[in-house]
Design a protein around this ligand. Sequence first.
Ligand code: SF4
Ligand code: SF4
Ligand code: SF4
Length: 265
Amino acid sequence: MKTEFVKLIDVTLCTACRGCQVACKQWNEMPGLRTKQQGSYQNPPDLQWNTWTLIRFQEYAPKDGEFKWLFRKDGCMHCTDAACVKVCPSGALYHTEYGTVGINQAKCIGCKYCISACPFDVPRYNPETDKVYKCDLCYTRLQGDQQPACVKSCPTGALTIGLKDVMIKKAYARVKELGGDANVYGDKFVDGTHVIYVLGEKPEVYEHLPKSPSVPVTTMLWKDILKPLSLLSAGGVIAGSFLHYIIHGPKLPDEEQGQEPKGGE
Ligand code: SF4
Ligand code: SF4
Ligand code: SF4
């Protein structure tokens, strides 16, 4: 039976200690690569093939309020209607029994279709291995009844995980408690994500966070219409060839023209 989990990220409790970012690298044995100072505390500047989760630092000064920092842990949202799974031709990306989206690097052929399709700009490509990488919500840890490494490491309770229904209720209760512009982000699009946020501000305030993400039309067109049609027409060609073989038999060499290829001696 499927047990759906949701990881809840309450950004209002995050202190940007980056314990989760480090724990993710350690657990997944991802190397640290040299980065350049970009004039921000955010480091590295973006998600990378070796950085599957990143704390985004944002300076925010509302018109009628005081300056504040907005911190947001970014990474895979584990969509129910996952564009990356839809377009992956090799089966490297797949839905797990927990409702999350796993990745099997051994099957990845480096086509990068998932990178173009993902509405959250998550998967990252490593040219050295010709593979794509992203968070798998610590699939093997879930299988061992362990919390994801990032959740385990968070000292403030900003990260928690549990059964989907329970976590969604928890998120809405927290939003009610916070009041103001606080809102739940993630349960209302792409058929619901398995990472959801409690945001302190409206979604449009946060940089690099789509307001109402959806599976790209081109992905739906390919997966739901063109691919089945192409399989149908391929099936038609095979069936036609088979029928031709049954009616006319195998094609034999033309005796008058001889069997040698043109230009032969
Ligand atoms: S966020 Fe992107 S990479 Fe993650 S499951 Fe959704 S479509 Fe796939
Ligand atoms: S769930 Fe696991 S892989 Fe995903 S960000 Fe957390 S530690 Fe990294
Ligand atoms: S470990 Fe928790 S408090 Fe620290 S950066 Fe990550 S989410 Fe924020």
